[in-house]
Design a protein around this ligand. Structure first.
Ligand code: HEM
Length: 469
């Protein structure tokens, strides 16, 4: 029997409302919109965005349609996806280093790249990564045991851990440089490039230099040098002993051939993809873990339940571990609902369309914001409350596929979603089994959007060992 079935406590009654900006009473005017987008885009949403299925209006230079109606989301991301492409604003924000990678590529370039790296993300391969994910977590546990009772920045700890997981799995030679250098460089990159530039909001052409792109130049040089080293080391190893080299992301990218031209992937695509997988593959999962640990620290009954589940589930066959960590997974899903690491997805319409009676023009910016959708009043009961029971048993099956999209949907859905969920579940259970984490006294937690949704100023928590080693 699962821990949930044995429950005699009404878990839904134990919900609380975690911190989030109160929606603006009315949509913001142009000036306040630009300053809020720069400071923290989460603060831009108005009450009507959480009340209405579709809202038109917004940026000064574009016809913006915010869509929070599941059938219309399905239409944009799946049924009529050919009419939409990643929008110029998102592409400009990402273009500094990721422009030619899977996240931003379009058309044939995207199709070839997606097909090339798909084998690394097949379910079976991800299952085989479980022992490596656990080994990285055990290393963290061993390190934390030396710091029993200390206050640590758990957000930074989670980014270190998820980078370590990437190094042990999809970049099997490691990242070459000290992971800490990568972590800090990625943080600088997200902090600068991840701010929505007023020049982008008012629609100035890309030729007009952006301050953030200028500031981020030295960080991009660091990435370029590090990636050059990674590629050179792997090429040497491939030349020396081709059969001994792991079939990881790097091998697939370097060996990929265009089926039509027979040519290898362009060097710039290989580089952009290495950066894409480092960028997309660790901050997101790290944030999801940070939010899960924070939420558990505020919900003692849930923390006890996850502790009990982890004690029981972390023994036994790895293959069925996922089936035993049901409540742990529900906490992660609820964290991804309240604090979706990718808080907004956007597309530009290539031609006219209609969404639930609302006209979309050619060139309209269509925004689907998991942050808004997941807290929408028409779709969720007590949308701002922490209540993992939404993701247990029958309740989970009742959720519309297009009302809950932390990993997006359709052809451009996250390629790393199975990887991320498996990693987050194993890490959360292992940490909770070994440690109790409490928010450091005097800390106030606030969500900040900078490419990903993370706790502003980190997450200082006191870590206390639950059992002696
Ligand atoms: C909690 C963790 C994660 C979240 C919430 C997340 C979320 C997302 C979302 C929402 C998209 C779709 C964006 C759009 O449609 O515009 C996406 C795409 C993508 N994600 Fe993730 N992601 C996570 C983890 C990962 C991991 C672990 C990897 C790789 C190791 C990864 C690699 C990618 C890539 C390459 C794409 C682009 C896919 C394409 O366009 O074909 N993500 N992710």
């Amino acid at each position: 029997m699962s821990a949930s079935a044995a429950s005699v406590v009404d878990l839904a009654a134990l919900s609380f409302q975690p911190p989030a900006p109160a929606p603006q009473p009315k949509p913001l005017g142009a000036f306040r919109l630009i300053t809020s987008l720069w400071r923290n885009p989460l603060e831009c949403w108005a009450q009507e965005h959480f009340d209405k299925p579709i809202v038109v209006g917004g940026l000064p230079f574009a016809h913006v349609v915010l869509v929070s109606e599941p059938r219309s989301i399905e239409h944009v991301l799946l049924d009529n996806a050919g009419n939409y492409r990643k929008d110029a604003l998102q592409r400009r924000v990402l273009s500094a280093g990721l422009g030619h990678g899977l996240l931003s590529a379009e058309g044939e370039q995207w199709r070839i790249q997606r097909r090339t790296v798909a084998p690394v993300f097949a379910r079976k391969t991800i299952m085989d990564f479980a022992p490596l994910m656990l080994a990285a977590t055990e290393a963290l546990v061993a390190r934390w045991r030396q710091q029993d009772g200390a206050t640590l920045d758990v957000a930074a700890e989670m980014t270190r851990l998820t980078l370590d997981v990437l190094e042990r799995t999809i970049f099997s030679d490691g990242l070459g440089r000290a992971a800490e250098e990568f972590r800090l460089a990625m943080r600088t990159y997200f902090d600068t490039i991840g701010r929505i530039d007023p020049f982008d909001v008012i629609g100035l052409p890309p030729a007009v230099p952006r301050f953030a792109h200028w500031r981020v130049r030295s960080t991009l040089r660091f990435f370029e040098d590090a990636i050059n080293d990674i590629i050179a080391t792997r090429r040497r190893r491939m030349a020396a002993a081709p059969d001994a080299v792991a079939k990881d992301i790097l091998t697939l990218l370097l060996n990929a051939l265009d089926p039509e031209t027979g040519k290898g992937m362009a060097e710039i695509e290989v580089r952009s993809n290495i950066l894409t997988f480092i960028a997309a593959g660790h901050e997101t999962t790290a944030n999801l873990l940070s939010w899960s640990l924070f939420l558990l620290s505020q919900a003692p009954e849930w923390r006890e339940r996850v502790e009990a589940e982890a004690e029981y589930a972390l023994h036994g066959a790895l293959a069925t571990l996922g089936d035993r960590l049901v409540e742990t997974r529900a906490v992660i899903d609820e964290a991804a609902r309240l604090y979706p690491p990718i808080a907004a997805i956007s597309r530009v319409a290539l031609g006219p369309d209609e969404l639930a009676g609302t006209k979309v023009k050619r060139g309209s910016l269509v925004v689907i914001a998991p942050y808004v959708l997941h807290r929408h009043r028409l779709l969720w009961r007590e949308p701002n409350s922490f209540d993992p029971t939404r993701f247990l048993g029958e309740a989970r099956h009742a959720i519309d596929r297009y009302a809950y999209i932390p990993f997006g949907a359709g052809a451009r859905t996250c390629i790393g979603s199975v990887f991320a969920v498996q990693e987050a579940t194993l890490v959360l259970a292992t940490i909770v089994k070994n440690f109790r984490l409490d928010l450091a006294p005097g800390t106030s937690v606030w969500p900040l959007l900078r490419v990903t949704l993370r706790p502003d100023n980190g997450l200082p928590m006191v870590i206390t060992q639950r059992h002696a080693a």
